[in-house]
Ligand binder design. Structure first.
Ligand SMILES: *Cc1c(COP(=O)(O)O)cnc(C)c1O
Length: 371
């Protein structure tokens, strides 16, 4: 039997994503001391590439954790006052739940799964109560919805002094984002989504405002204390032992990302997404299976598409049949688990690879289409 994901170009999970062989191989380099000049050179090197990826002049935190760790960091370093959580899927709900788990009062501003938030609604919520922070997910990986973070952040800045905390886990590296120009107070991502690295590292950028607030926030804890991270990063170090092998992979991947260029990378993701949406429409016509893109037009992520199956068609069976043929796509996640499947068209995937996975999906749909 074919081992799923063993053939390059066939792993379309919305995280972890496919990692190129040369990046994987970089992880076999020997260990170095993480308090020595060798590590500082490594950290200095990856800082340049990471700043470009986030479009920031600020230092970029490197956390040995999954992305959820930095979601917790966002909450724990942003004061103690009420949080407004923009919820439109499972990951934005997780952000709200982390707020509550860390003892914050959290108000949810919810829109439907597949929708993005209207800045006018955010404005109204901010006028009704004083918030210390607003959480928002840029690309909601459970639904494929994209929030217009730039507009939302602008509204928050105009209406309040709340910090804007952005989960851009499937945004950074695939969807356009400018941490500095959009005045985002904290942006976080993980290694294993659009950056096409193995899981285990998370990256974050904090504004000066955020760092001032962090310094005054009691109960920041230890592992995700951004003040400690910042002090260590000044010496090009991390507070605790970093996942060195993953940093080697990062050091190998960043020049590859740099060679493509962020504008070209965003454009490639946009083309892959548009191709996927067109395919969904075509598949309905050509295979008789009335698929639909879950996310509303104008609010669709360039990195992941959740595809809604019609009643009577089990998306799980489609995912399984793809796996049997040696291709990996994602099942549904959260509230839309049983009605959707997901294609992670992000990371280093090429348009040719996408064309092949969509072709295979056509064949699977024809064989499963209800007659
Ligand atoms: C994957 C993902 C996360 C969680 O990432 P982990 O690395 O599993 O902790 C959070 N938010 C979004 C939008 C994601 O896609």
């Amino acid at each position: 039997m074919a081992v799923s994901g063993a053939v390059p170009g066939r792993f379309f999970l919305p995280g972890p994503t496919e990692v190129r062989a040369e990046v994987l191989e970089a992880q076999t380099r020997p260990m170095i001391a993480h308090r020595g000049a060798g590590f500082q050179a490594l950290m200095g090197d990856v800082q340049d590439g990471l700043r470009d990826v986030f479009r920031t002049k600020r230092p970029v935190f490197v956390s040995t954790s999954s992305a959820t760790g930095l979601m917790e960091a966002a909450i724990r370093n942003s004061g103690t006052g009420p949080v407004l959580s923009l919820v439109n899927g499972a990951f934005s709900e997780r952000f709200a739940a982390i707020g509550e788990a860390c003892g914050r009062v959290v108000d949810r501003l919810e829109v439907g799964y597949g929708e993005g938030h209207d800045p006018d609604d955010v404005r109204r919520a901010l006028r009704a109560r004083r918030y210390e922070a607003v959480t928002v997910v840029h690309s909601e990986t459970s639904t494929g919805a994209l929030n217009h973070v730039e507009e939302i952040a602008a509204v928050v800045r105009r209406e309040s002094d709340a910090l804007v905390l952005v989960d851009s886990v499937t945004g950074v590296g695939g969807a356009e984002l400018h941490a500095d120009a959009w005045a985002l107070d904290f942006v976080l991502t993980g290694s294993h989504k659009a950056l096409a690295l193995p899981p285990g590292l998370a990256f974050g950028v904090a504004s000066e405002r955020m760092m001032e607030r962090a310094a005054r926030t009691p109960g920041r804890g230890v592992y995700f204390d951004l003040v400690a991270h910042a002090a260590n990063l000044e010496k090009l170090q991390t507070p605790t032992t970093p996942a060195l092998s993953l940093l080697y992979a990062l050091q190998a991947q960043l020049p590859r990302i740099g060679a493509e260029g962020m504008d070209a990378r965003w454009a490639r993701h946009a083309r892959m997404a548009e191709r996927t949406w067109r395919w969904v429409e075509g598949a309905s016509r050509e295979t008789g299976v009335a698929l639909r893109v879950l996310a509303s037009a104008g609010f669709r992520s360039p990195t992941v598409t959740a595809v809604l199956a019609p009643p009577g068609v089990d998306p799980g069976a489609i995912v399984k049949e793809m796996a049997a043929r040696g291709w990996v796509i994602g099942g549904g996640y959260g509230r839309v688990k049983s009605t959707t499947f997901r294609i992670g068209h992000m990371g280093d995937h090429t348009e040719e690879e996408l064309e092949r996975v969509l072709g295979e999906l056509d064949a699977v749909l024809r064989s499963t289409s209800p007659s």
